[in-house]
Design a binder for this molecule. Structure first.
Ligand SMILES: Nc1ncnc2c1ncn2[C@@H]1O[C@H](COP(=O)(O)OP(=O)(O)OP(=O)(O)O)[C@@H](O)[C@H]1O
Length: 535
């Protein structure tokens, strides 16, 4: 079983290639915000990162949607793909590749891959009968249908009966190899609940799946039989490989795979787990390619218990949210408040409460009040203290010394809530520390050295918190750093490995003594809810 990670200093990850049946919504944004936070954290650690996102543009759903809207499929795809790219700008997503499955270079990759699988003897022609969900672009097995003839995910969409000749992929051939893969690489599918779901599904016996369609022309023709169109999922998954090509590369599998294959992490929602955790590795095995490192299927953002989605139309508009509240607040809320892997509802009241409590009160106020004291007592400079000289049992230093390790483990496990909880434990301890130590009264007693140490410890803790939170709230972290006297920007990728390197900045005590500070400014303005009250 080939599952090797050969490129130690690179990290390649993907979001799903989103289906362009409609404009993006907060669910599409959720996966992409998480992917961006991981990518940013890996970059902070000095890795060369490639974050791949993009759009999946073929298939019946797109053809029908375009027809309904009176557009050509290509014009429709162009318009929606632009909407995705623009949302990523709004949300401050630093992606490296935007892979579109209608790109001509993608067709070259799909053809070559198809040929490999064909040569392997894994494709044959047969009759397909069954219930098809156009919204999922997937045949449903009778055993998965709770409500006859309705998709379990797109509960408002009637399934369509299909009876047609298709090309099939011999998925059943790979049952044993897949089972061995899941057993030998327990981290291949995460979280654990998703892994169990996949193992149980596979245990029931895998059926071959059809990889061509007839009577649809919006897709690539099957190379050996142009009367068939390649099934949208077979084509879409290969979009991850096409995305690895540099712009000047000839579109060949060899070129695409030479630099960053295998991909380290596919980040997806649980709705498309089967495609990624079963079909995709089997396709790769058939083509003789090594397998991705890990597939993480997160939960759903729900409304009234149902998955928010384009097809159900029960979504939130992320652009409106960003325009109203700013990207950092949205990123913070969704990554902190919903345990990654579980489902979660959005609540406006909880959103406002969380960002006000954590970003405005805990973090913003702590910096604000400490900076004001530094201006009053130390002429607007960091006190003349060397972090190394502060005793290890200092309440903040003792927390700060282990924070980077805890947070690194949590980021690696994609446990964003834990990342935030660990960091805010330090921030909240900072607030308590300043209240307990009362530097204003130490100052009055003439205890200058003690005041220096207290203010240094607090400023340094805020700095460390800002650094470790920067993958999630890069703009707020930048504002904090700038008020602490750095002329650095966490959105500037060119300086992350040098001026903002993890080896220096993730260590408690990095704040230089006597560094001139900036006047205190709110780093995050409290939000007001619809009634005008802030909580
Ligand atoms: N409600 C949601 N919660 C979390 N992630 C979501 C949600 N909706 C979509 N996503 C993300 O988008 C991916 C699915 O992309 P797709 O383009 O099919 O969007 P969709 O809105 O689910 O479409 P549809 O409603 O038509 O199925 C999911 O795997 C996940 O990454």
């Amino acid at each position: 079983m080939k599952l090797t990670q050969t490129h130690f200093n690179t990290f390649t990850l993907t979001t799903p290639l989103y289906y362009v049946n409609d404009v993006p919504h907060i669910g599409s944004a959720y996966t992409t915000m998480a992917a961006d936070a991981i990518a940013r954290f890996q970059r902070l650690q000095g890795k060369s990162v490639l974050l791949i996102t993009g759009t999946d543009e073929h298939g019946q759903k797109i053809q029908r949607t375009a027809e309904e809207l009176g557009r050509s499929p290509q014009a429709h795809c162009d318009q929606i793909a632009d909407g995705f790219a623009s949302l990523w700008q709004h949300l401050n997503i630093q992606y490296d590749r935007f892979s579109r499955t209608t790109a001509p270079r993608h067709e070259a990759i799909v053809n070559e891959f198809f040929q490999r699988v064909w040569n392997q003897g894994d494709i044959y022609l047969s009759q397909q009968q069954g219930w098809y969900c156009v919204a999922c672009e997937e045949y449903k097995e009778e055993r998965e249908l709770e409500q006859k003839k309705y998709c379990p995910i797109h509960t408002n969409k009637a399934l369509e009966w299909r009876d047609e000749q298709n090309y099939f992929f011999r998925l059943s051939q790979y049952q044993k190899q897949l089972e061995t893969l899941y057993q030998e690489h327990p981290d291949f599918i995460q979280p654990e609940s998703r892994r169990n779901e996949v193992i149980n599904f596979v245990k029931q016996g895998l059926q071959d799946f059809s990889i061509s369609r007839v009577n649809i022309d919006w897709g690539f023709p099957v190379p050996c039989d142009p009367s068939h169109t390649i099934y949208v999922w077979f084509d879409a998954l290969l979009g991850y490989i096409t995305a690895l090509l540099d712009p000047e590369d000839e579109p060949t599998l060899e070129n695409a795979l030479s630099k960053r294959w295998p991909i380290n992490l596919h980040l997806i929602g649980k709705d498309i787990l089967r495609f990624h955790a079963i079909y995709w590795p089997a396709m790769l095995m058939s083509a003789g390619l090594s397998l991705p490192g890990r597939i993480f299927g997160h939960g759903f953002l729900t409304k009234d218990g149902k998955k928010m989605g384009k097809s159900l139309g029960n979504t939130l508009d992320p652009v409106a949210l960003v325009n109203q509240y700013g990207a950092d607040a949205i990123r913070f809320y969704f990554l902190k408040e919903i345990e990654f892997g579980q489902d979660g509802d959005y609540s406006q009241t909880r959103f406002i409460h969380t960002v006000n409590a954590n970003l405005a009160n805990d973090l913003g106020n702590l910096l604000n009040r400490t900076l004001k004291m530094a201006f009053k007592y130390f002429n607007g400079c960091v006190p003349d203290v060397n972090g190394e000289d502060i005793p290890k049992d200092d309440a903040l230093k003792s927390l700060g010394l282990t924070l980077a390790d805890t947070v690194t483990q949590a980021y690696d496990a994609l446990a964003f809530s834990e990342v935030c909880t660990a960091i805010f434990t330090l921030v909240q301890a900072g607030n308590k520390y300043i209240d307990d130590k009362a530097p204003w009264s130490l100052y009055k007693q003439g205890k200058q050295e003690a005041v220096s140490q207290v203010l240094y410890s607090v400023l340094e803790s805020v700095r460390l918190a800002a650094y470790l939170l920067s993958p999630i709230i890069p703009n707020i972290s930048t504002r904090i750093y700038q008020q602490l006297g750095y002329t650095l920007d966490f959105n500037d990728q060119t300086i992350l490995a040098t001026a903002l390197s993890f080896d220096i900045h993730a260590v408690w005590g990095a704040l230089p003594a006597n560094q001139p500070l900036q006047e205190a400014q709110p780093v995050f303005r409290r939000l007001e809810d619809a009634e005008g009250a802030s909580s």
